[in-house]
Design a protein around this ligand. Sequence first.
Ligand SMILES: [Ca+2]
Ligand SMILES: [Ca+2]
Length: 70
Amino acid sequence: MNVLKTLFASMVIMSSAAAVAETATFADLDADKDGVISKIEASASESLMKVFNELDSNQDGELSEDEFNK
Ligand SMILES: [Ca+2]
Ligand SMILES: [Ca+2]
């Protein structure tokens, strides 16, 4: 049971880091590893697509890690 508790706690911590992602992290979503999440990469996560424009504070059509972690 302790293992489950720990697992759950770390899931909560991870998901609060970005109100976005199911369980996907920045590194998961940055499929081509260029350091930004393009709209195409973001489309892997429906919930991220919903907030993409909101997170893209400099409106360049890509999310940097800083933008993603807001
Ligand atoms: Ca990328
Ligand atoms: Ca941006």
